[in-house]
Design a protein around this ligand. Structure first.
Ligand code: SF4
Length: 349
C-alpha cells in the first residue's frame, strides 16, 4: 500500500474511534470558531486539565470576539496569569480587534485567511478551519506527527520544519470535509495524546489503527518518530529586588523580551553582591536603608532558564519610576508571571 492509500485508510478508522471515544471537553460542547480558537491557543504548551478552569473563566469574562476586542489589558493578563506564554493573550486581543474591524466579528473560514491574524499559525488555522468550519485542512502538531510517523514508519526528523510541511501536505490530500474533518482533527490529536503516547510504549492494543499500522505490524513503532536533539537552553542569571517603602513594593511593567506586558519586581542581569545591590538601587534613584538576602528561584522557559537571587531592600522614599503596591494589591490587580511568584509570595510575609 502506498503512503497516501494508508493515510486514506486510516481516516474512517480514526473518525469512528473518535465518535465513540472522544473525551467530553468543554470546548467540544459547542465547537464555534471562537471557542475552538480560544481553546487551541490556551492548549498550546499547556495541559488540558490546566486549561479547563482558565477556559471557563475566560469565556465568562469575554463571551464573544467583540468582548475580547474591547477588553481591558490588565484584566486580560490577570485572567491569563499562571498559564504562561503571555504573548498568546496579547495576540488573542490583537486578532480579536482585527476580526471585529475586518471580518464583521466572525472568524474567517479558510486557513489562509485565518493565518493573516496575529498569533494564528498553520496549526491553529488548521484546527479552526477543520473543527469549526469543516474545511479539509489538517492541524499538525507533535501528537499528529507521532501517529503519522508510526503509521507510515516515516523516519523524517519531526524537528525539521520541512518534514512537518511535507506531512501537512500529504494529509491535506486525503482530508475529508464537514463533520468527518472535525472528527479527524480531534481524533488524530486525541489518539496521539491517549493511545499513541509520547512517553512509554504505545497502547496499540486499544488503537483503531493497529490492523494497518506499519510501526505496530513490524514491531518498530517505538523507533518513531525521529527527532534531532534540541539546542541547550540559554541560562540567564538575574538579581530581583523587593524594594519596600513602608508596606508598598516597587513594581513595573515589562516593556521588552520575555513576558512583555506583565508586571515584575525590578531586576538586573547577573548575580549581585549585597554592596552591588545597594549601588544598583541607588542607580534607580533610591537610597537603600537596609539590604537583606531574599529567596532564590529558578524558572524554565522553552528556550531560556532564569536563575534568580533576590534582595529585600528598605528605602525611605518612593521613586516615581515605579508603581508602588502592597501585597494585597499585587495579588489582586497586577499580573505577576509565574517565574516571579516566589518573590510575590515574599511580599505577603
Ligand atoms: S497501532 Fe500503535 S504505533 Fe500504530 S498508531 Fe496505533 S498506537 Fe501508534
Amino acid at each position: 500500500m502506498t503512503d497516501t492509500a494508508l493515510l486514506e485508510a486510516a481516516v474512517p478508522l480514526i473518525t469512528a474511534w473518535y465518535r465513540d471515544n472522544g473525551r467530553p471537553l468543554p470546548w467540544r460542547e459547542d465547537p464555534s470558531p471562537y471557542h475552538v480558537w480560544i481553546s487551541e491557543i490556551m492548549l498550546q504548551q499547556t495541559r488540558i486539565e490546566a486549561v479547563i478552569p482558565y477556559y471557563a473563566r475566560f469565556l465568562d469574562a469575554f463571551p464573544t470576539v467583540r468582548d475580547l476586542a474591547d477588553c481591558d489589558d490588565d484584566r486580560l493578563m490577570k485572567l491569563w496569569e499562571g498559564l504562561g506564554y503571555y504573548s498568546r493573550a496579547r495576540n488573542l486581543k490583537k486578532a480579536a480587534i482585527a476580526v471585529a474591524e475586518n471580518y464583521g466579528g466572525e472568524l474567517p473560514e479558510t486557513a489562509a485567511e485565518l493565518k493573516k491574524l496575529p498569533g494564528i499559525g498553520d496549526y491553529t488555522a488548521g484546527a479552526i478551519a477543520s473543527i469549526a468550519h469543516g474545511q479539509p485542512e489538517p492541524a499538525v502538531d507533535g501528537n499528529v506527527m507521532r501517529v503519522v510517523s508510526r503509521l507510515l514508519c516515516d523516519g523524517g526528523d519531526i524537528a525539521d520544519p520541512a518534514v512537518k510541511k511535507r506531512m501537512t501536505a500529504d494529509l491535506r490530500e486525503i482530508y475529508p470535509m464537514g463533520d468527518e474533518s472535525r472528527c479527524l482533527t480531534e481524533g488524530i490529536m486525541e489518539l496521539g495524546e491517549v493511545i499513541c503516547i509520547p512517553s512509554g510504549a504505545p497502547r496499540c492494543g486499544s488503537c483503531p489503527l493497529s490492523g494497518i499500522c506499519r510501526g505496530h505490524l513490524t514491531g518498530t513503532a517505538e523507533n518513531y518518530p525521529f527527532k534531532s536533539p534540541k539546542k541547550p537552553r540559554k541560562i540567564e542569571h538575574r538579581t530581583v529586588f523587593l524594594i519596600r517603602c513602608g508596606t508598598k513594593y516597587a513594581i513595573r511593567r515589562r516593556t521588552e523580551g520575555l513576558l512583555i506586558g506583565m508586571w515584575e519586581f525590578p531586576s538586573v542581569m547577573g548575580h549581585l553582591s549585597s554592596d552591588e545591590c545597594a549601588d544598583a538601587v541607588r542607580e534607580m534613584g533610591m537610597e537603600p536603608l537596609a539590604v537583606e538576602k531574599s529567596v532564590t528561584a529558578k524558572h524554565i522557559f522553552t528556550h531560556a532558564e532564569w536563575h534568580m537571587i533576590g534582595y529585600a531592600v528598605d528605602t525611605a522614599a518612593q521613586s516615581r519610576d515605579f508603581v508602588w503596591a502592597d501585597a494585597g494589591e499585587i495579588r489582586e490587580n497586577y499580573a505577576i508571571p509565574t517565574a516571579l511568584k516566589k518573590y510575590a509570595a515574599e511580599t505577603a510575609k
